[in-house]
Ligand binder design. Structure first.
Ligand SMILES: C[S@@+](CC[C@H](N)C(=O)[O-])C[C@H]1O[C@@H](n2cnc3c(N)ncnc32)[C@H](O)[C@@H]1O
Length: 326
C-alpha cells in the first residue's frame, strides 16, 4: 500500500451502503436507478460498467432490444447528471443475439450517449482468444468499450498506462535527432485494441498442464470484469481520490480496481449474492488474501509441446501435413 493510499483508507475498510461524499467505499444492494438518485450532480470522475446485455443471464429477463434500451435510458441520464464536467464514462458491451441475428450493443447505445452531448474518445476492442465456438457465423472474440468524455476538458494520463515498446532500441534514422532513441522511455500508447484476458477459467485451456485451471479472480458471477481491464481506465482517466462508479457492480471488480489505485469507489447491484461476494473481495484485498491476476501479465500462448496443442493421431497424416504446410 503506498503512502497516499494509507491516507485515504487509513481508518478501516468500512463499506457504506449509502452514498456519502465523506466516505471512500460505497456499495449498495438494490436497484441502480434508485441508488444513482442519491448521488449529487457532478460528483463522479469515472463511470465504468458492463451493463446487463439482455442475453438471458441469471440476473436479467430478456426483452426485445427496444424495450431493453428504453430501460437503460433513465440510468444513462442519471449517470450523465452525476458525472463531473471533466469526467469520463466507459461502457463495456458485447452483442445481443436474437434468433441467431447479431445486434452489436455499442452501435445501439452510441446515439443515446450522443443525445446527452457526450464525446466519444475511443471505441476500444477488448479481444480475447477463447469463448463459445459458433457454427453458423464466425466465433465472437471481442467486446467493445465506448469511452466518452463529458466535455472537451477531460483527464487522460497516458504515462500511467504505457506498455513496453516492441523495439525500444529503435533510433531516428534521419533529421535533427538522427541516432537518438526514438521510443518513449516510459513505453508506448497501449492502443485501442486490448488483449486483457477474459474468462480463461471457462474454456479449453483448462487442460493445459502449465496453466492454472482457474483464473485467480473467478467468483460466482457468470461474467465479471478482469480487474486489470478496469485498472487501465482508472489509471488513465482519473486521479487519486477521485470517485469511480460502477452502477452495475456485480462482484465489485471495478471497485477493487479503484481502491487498489487509491480512488474512491462506489457501486450498486441488485443481487445479494454478488454484493456479499464483492464485500468479501474488498475485505480480502485489504487483508492481502484477494487473488488478482497481475497487471500486464502476458496472455498465455501455448508452446506447441502441450498435449492439447498437438494434432490428434486419429486425424491422419493428410490433415497433419496440410496443417504443417499452412
Ligand atoms: C454484466 S454484470 C456486471 C459484472 C461486473 N462488471 C463484475 O465485474 O462483477 C451486470 C450486473 O448488473 C446487475 N443488475 C442488473 N440490473 C440491475 C439493476 N436494475 N440494478 C442494479 N443492478 C442490476 C446484475 O445483477 C449483474 O451483476
Amino acid at each position: 500500500m503506498n503512502q497516499s493510499m494509507e491516507t485515504l483508507f487509513k481508518e478501516s475498510v468500512e463499506i457504506s451502503s449509502d452514498f456519502n461524499e465523506e466516505k471512500a467505499i460505497v456499495l449498495q444492494l438494490g436497484d441502480t436507478l434508485k441508488f444513482l438518485g442519491t448521488i449529487p450532480d457532478r460528483t463522479i470522475s469515472l463511470v465504468i460498467t458492463s451493463p446487463p446485455y439482455n442475453i438471458g443471464k441469471v440476473y436479467e429477463k430478456k426483452v426485445g432490444i427496444k424495450e431493453y434500451l428504453l430501460q437503460q435510458r433513465p440510468v444513462i441520464s442519471e449517470l450523465v447528471r452525476i458525472l463531473k464536467d471533466d469526467g469520463s464514462l466507459c461502457w463495456e458491451v458485447g452483442n445481443y443475439i436474437d434468433k441467431g441475428e447479431v445486434f452489436p450493443l455499442d452501435i445501439y447505445y452510441y446515439p443515446i450517449f450522443k443525445e446527452h452531448g457526450l464525446r466519444l474518445r475511443n471505441r476500444i476492442i477488448w479481444h480475447f482468444g477463447h469463448g463459445l465456438h459458433a457454427s453458423k457465423r464466425f466465433s465472437g472474440r471481442y467486446e467493445t468499450i465506448l469511452w466518452f468524455s463529458k466535455s472537451e476538458a477531460y483527464e487522460f494520463n497516458l504515462n500511467s498506462v504505457r506498455v513496453p515498446s516492441k523495439y525500444p532500441g529503435k533510433r531516428y534514422f534521419k533529421g535533427k535527432r538522427k541516432g537518438e532513441p526514438s521510443c518513449n522511455p516510459l513505453g508506448k500508447n497501449p492502443s485501442d485494441i486490448w488483449s486483457v484476458i477474459k474468462n480463461d477459467w471457462e474454456n479449453e485451456i483448462w487442460d493445459i498442464p502449465n496453466v492454472k485451471s482457474n483464473h485467480p479472480e473467478k467468483t460466482v458471477h457468470p461474467c465479471q470484469f478482469p480487474v486489470e481491464l478496469v485498472e487501465r481506465c482508472v489509471l488513465a482517466l482519473t486521479n487519486e481520490n477521485d470517485w469511480v462508479l460502477d452502477p452495475y457492480a456485480g462482484v465489485g471488480s471495478a471497485l477493487i480496481a479503484a481502491i487498489k489505485n487509491n480512488r474512491k469507489a462506489a457501486g450498486c447491484d441488485k443481487e445479494e449474492v454478488y454484493v456479499e461476494t464483492a464485500k468479501k473481495r474488498i475485505a480480502g484485498y485489504f487483508s492481502g488474501d484477494l487473488k488478482l491476476r497481475p497487471v500486464g501479465k502476458p496472455v498465455f500462448t501455448p508452446t506447441g509441446k502441450e498435449k492439447v496443442s498437438q494434432m490428434p493421431q486419429e486425424w491422419g497424416k493428410e490433415i497433419q501435413e496440410n496443417a504443417n504446410t499452412g
